[in-house]
Design a protein around this ligand. Structure first.
Ligand SMILES: [Zn+2]
Length: 64
């Protein structure tokens, strides 16, 4: 058997992340697995061009 048990589906969507560099909330691509969400690796802040991997996701725009 090769069943995946307990692995929630992974999906990507637009979300909001707080950039600590320019202290602005920016829209970015967010990866969400279950109830956890983080900025997709490689995303950059559109305002200050800093990597957003350290930014914290504030809210998934598609959240139910
Ligand atoms: Zn920024």
């Amino acid at each position: 058997m090769n069943r995946l048990i307990g692995v929630p589906p992974r999906r990507e969507s637009k979300g909001l992340a707080y950039c600590p560099i320019c202290t602005h909330t920016v829209e970015t691509q967010v990866v969400q697995v279950g109830k956890r969400a983080w900025v997709k690796p490689g995303q950059r802040c559109p305002r200050c061009a800093s990597p957003l991997e350290v930014a914290s996701v504030l809210r998934d725009l598609m959240a139910a």
